[in-house]
Design a binder for this molecule. Structure first.
Ligand code: RB5
Length: 145
């Protein structure tokens, strides 16, 4: 599975940690930045990851900023994106099973590394359940028209 990752300066340490974690597990990770602690604008990184996912260059995305809020708001402006901000494993599971989220967002200043690893594991290991959820997701996507 190919995973796009991105963060601003507020999420860079958790991004680096999760990137290393996923590479060790054998995932392909493309890092869309940022690459240092210099202050940057999170919409730029959210857009880069979102566009790569929509273009199917990557299978899904993981975005991190200080709270996860900014990157999730920005990514959800890109047509085709369903970005879910998760701070717990149940939400991560539901974001895939019910909402078929194609980007997982987290906040480095909100959750610890151990929880972030479990949220990522849960998100990547779960499947969209389809059925009535497919109809609801389709209704979400129709809002883009
Ligand atoms: C940057 O200071 C911070 O605003 C950003 O990382 C994020 O939390 C925005 O939603």
């Amino acid at each position: 599975m190919k995973i796009a990752m991105g963060s601003d300066h507020g999420g860079i340490h958790l991004k680096e940690h999760i990137k290393t974690y996923l590479l060790k597990k054998g995932f392909e990770v493309e890092d869309y930045g940022t690459y240092n602690e210099e202050s940057v604008d999170y919409p730029d990184y959210a857009a880069a990851v979102a566009e790569a996912v929509v273009a199917k260059k990557q299978d899904c995305g993981i975005l991190i900023c200080g709270t996860g809020i900014g990157v999730s708001i920005a990514a959800n402006k890109v047509k085709g994106i369903r970005a879910a901000l998760c701070g717990d494993c149940f939400s991560a599971l539901m974001s895939k099973e019910h909402n078929n989220a194609n980007i997982l967002c987290m906040g480095e200043r909100v959750i610890g590394r151990g929880l972030a690893e479990k949220i990522v594991d849960t998100y990547l290991n779960s499947q969209f359940q389809g059925g009535l959820h497919a109809r609801r997701v389709e209704k979400i996507m129709n809002l883009e028209k």
